[in-house]
Ligand binder design. Structure first.
Ligand code: NAD
Length: 441
């Protein structure tokens, strides 16, 4: 059992902290956000993740996890401090490392015994060296502090499962001491550990994320071509998936990738390459395709309807994917402002994302248009002139073509996630547009 502190209680930090507690370590989760800490102390998770609250409750009552804003007491005698704070994108595409630097200083001012600092956040190659330097610069006590890289691969929506059953743990270290300590911390998970140097570990994270982003953008590119030449992207993907070299995952075409990782990690790697005098053409192509893809359906619908002024527009799904309340880089955030600018009256449904969305677009009049958040899908569809599907939530997938036909004023559906059968929609009398498939006739 080790004494572990985790800096940052977002998707990465909180899930890591809870899972460390679950396997028996003594964990203190630190955040600067007092409201978040209060919530967690009362047993409520500030983020939506399947199974998370249950594990929080079990480990809290077992006395294995606590939450605090008092970083000094959390860091001073920790064996290891994991950093899981954000590294958001800056306007030039580079990663903002200021949160990481702040934590590094706070650690240096607090530690009173030898400890390992582990960077879990996604950071550009060489950042671990900088973190170590900052800690040395600001260290108060005469103790040994080393830095290791341990990038995180969880996917939002299945974060707890992904952590407890990860396909591999990547650890990047520069000494035997750090490698052995981190290996021992992960021992109770019984998962494969890949041990490399720090810079390789940092690169593995970006290279993996950007490879997946490329795969999605490639399929979206092919989907757009399918529409032009009369092929069906779902049949094409199905045919490709049997090839083990390609695999069946990440082959779904749609309105582009969102979330907190792929958009920023593609831009960050492109930036890193540029800084080093290299043009990363493949990743740049993925970024460009994705940008176009996000508003693909809006553009199609605009051509068909000319204006959205005064139309009732049903929007189904606001989050960047199902199973999360995260809106970062979601397609909805690109399309809703365009619709509002045009004077649309939007009726939006999302089982968990509506509250966060309303912080950006409050209910009621918004510019020329308006937005109303509804708790059931039927309410959004009733009398609607057009419907956009942005997130493939289970309850959205479950709507029958007949429901669209019955409830909407004009049964006109733009599906950004290809969740319904083209023929089924056609048979029910719904004009149905999706991505890379036969257009409605
Ligand atoms: P997040 O924005 O959800 O959470 C970051 C948390 O850090 C916030 O609660 C914030 O209040 C807190 N924080 C900021 N400064 C702090 C400080 N000095 N001390 C303590 N807490 C502080 O971020 P996230 O989505 O969990 O991502 C964190 C990192 O992990 C990023 O680098 C991201 O790229 C990477 N990552 C994210 C995912 C994902 O699916 N979200 C997956 C893998 C890797």
């Amino acid at each position: 059992m080790y004494k572990i502190a985790v800096a940052g209680t977002g998707y990465v930090g909180l899930v890591a902290g809870v899972c460390f507690a679950e396997v028996g370590h003594q964990v203190t989760c630190v955040d600067i956000d007092e409201k978040k800490v209060e919530l967690m102390r009362s047993g409520v998770s500030p983020i939506y993740e399947t199974g998370l609250e249950e594990l929080m409750a079990n480990n809290y009552s077992a006395g294995r996890i606590e939450y605090t804003t008092d970083f000094k007491s959390a860091y001073k005698d920790a064996d290891a401090i994991f950093i899981g704070v954000g590294t958001p994108e800056q306007p030039d595409g580079s990663a903002n490392l200021s949160y990481i630097a702040t934590v590094a200083r706070q650690i240096a001012e607090s530690v009173e015994k030898d400890c390992l600092v582990v960077v879990k956040s996604t950071v550009p190659v060489g950042t671990n060296d900088k973190v170590e330097q900052i800690i040395q610069d600001f260290l108060v006590k005469d103790v040994k502090v080393e830095v290791a890289s341990n990038p995180e691969f969880l996917a939002q929506g299945s974060a707890v499962h992904d952590t407890l059953h990860a396909e591999r743990i990547i650890i990047g270290t520069e000494s035997k001491w750090a490698e052995e300590l981190l290996t021992k911390i992960y021992e109770p998970f019984h998962l494969p550990i890949v041990s490399v140097n720090r810079r390789s570990a940092e690169m593995i994270k970006y290279a993996s994320n950007d490879f997946l982003a490329l795969k999605i953008s490639y399929m979206n590119d092919i989907a757009n071509l399918c529409e032009l030449v009369g092929a069906d992207i779902q049949d094409v993907a199905m045919g490709m998936s049997f090839d083990e070299r390609i695999g069946s995952k990440f082959l779904n075409a749609g309105i582009g990738f969102g979330g907190s990782c792929f958009p920023k990690d593609t831009k960050a790697l492109e930036y890193i390459a540029k800084q080093n005098g290299y043009e990363l053409k493949t990743v740049k192509a993925a970024i460009d395709v994705n940008k176009e893809q996000k508003t693909m359906l809006y553009k199609k619908a605009s051509k068909r309807l000319i204006t959205f002024n005064g139309l009732k527009v049903a929007v189904l799904g606001l989050t960047f994917k199902p199973g999360t309340d995260d809106l970062r880089e979601a397609a909805s955030l690109e399309n809703v402002p365009l619709l509002l600018e045009q004077g649309a009256d939007i009726y939006a449904y999302d089982p968990v994302g509506a509250e966060n969305f309303a912080k950006v677009y409050p209910e009621g009049k918004n510019g020329r248009g308006s937005i109303t958040y509804v708790a059931n899908i039927e309410h959004a569809l009733e009398g609607a002139n057009v419907c956009f599907v942005f997130t493939e939530w289970g309850e959205v997938k479950a709507i029958t073509p007949e429901t669209y036909k019955k409830l909407m004023r004009t049964p006109l559906v733009y599906d950004g996630r290809n969740i319904y059968g083209v023929e089924d929609m056609q048979e029910a009398g719904v004009e149905y547009h999706s991505i890379g498939r036969k257009p409605a006739t």
